[in-house]
Design a protein around this ligand. Sequence first.
Ligand SMILES: C[S@@+](CC[C@H](N)C(=O)[O-])C[C@H]1O[C@@H](n2cnc3c(N)ncnc32)[C@H](O)[C@@H]1O
Length: 247
Amino acid sequence: MDQVAFGAFFNEELDFHVEGGFDKADVLLFYVLLQTQQAAGVEGDLCELGVHQGRSAIVLGKVKRPNERLFCLGAFDEPEAGVFRAHARRLMPESLATVVEIRVPEPMELAGPPPAMEGATLRFLHLDAGRGHREMLNDLRNFAPLAAGGGILALEGVFDPMSPGVASAMTAFCLSEAGQGFVPFATTPAKAYLCHRPFAPFFQRALVTSGAAGTLSLTDGLGGPVLVCFARAETGPSRDALLAAIG
Ligand SMILES: C[S@@+](CC[C@H](N)C(=O)[O-])C[C@H]1O[C@@H](n2cnc3c(N)ncnc32)[C@H](O)[C@@H]1O
């Protein structure tokens, strides 16, 4: 699905019909990053923890390759589960056969990925469930080790003043041995995007050249420069200046 068709799908279908807190800024980043991985030959399944009605899961389902699995983890209580399944049937029928629903009523009880994910390698992991420090740290420890080379982790709520535990968990994780060299390489007003350090400039250049990430700036972050996407300022450094600074 090209960017124009994807934009129309979001505006006319997903945004209109599916409730949730998944903003357009992150829809665009998901699209650009997933396409960048595909063009670069990064392989692996996709996974979301915290499905709700499926706004973000359906974006993953629309952009993934046909052979990749989409692990959808959540409580799947009714009526939420029924709403998600109805949206999925209507909006991503082409991906239903590769959606793997995994019922996780309480992620804090997990001490590793669920058995249904055994052997999986993830190229994209969206953590959008518990927002406490211990919950996010547990989710990172359980699922980040499945990340492929060139894999991306997206953490929701990292700048929300109501969920300070997300930022502290991300920091603790990145500084720990279990963090395995992950660094935040980009942010939006809602999310931080992490990858293994050597891949950070590659994804930053892709976001800059995409022209899809709003006003940009580059700032000193945890483990290196972080690209701030959809920055509050009306204008930022030029594309050439950003690319030169990223190197
Ligand atoms: C913000 S919503 C997810 C939004 C969704 N990704 C979207 O695009 O609309 C968070 C989801 O995670 C679930 N959740 C939150 N905290 C949780 C926890 N501690 N354990 C299990 N599920 C949790 C909620 O039930 C909800 O479905």
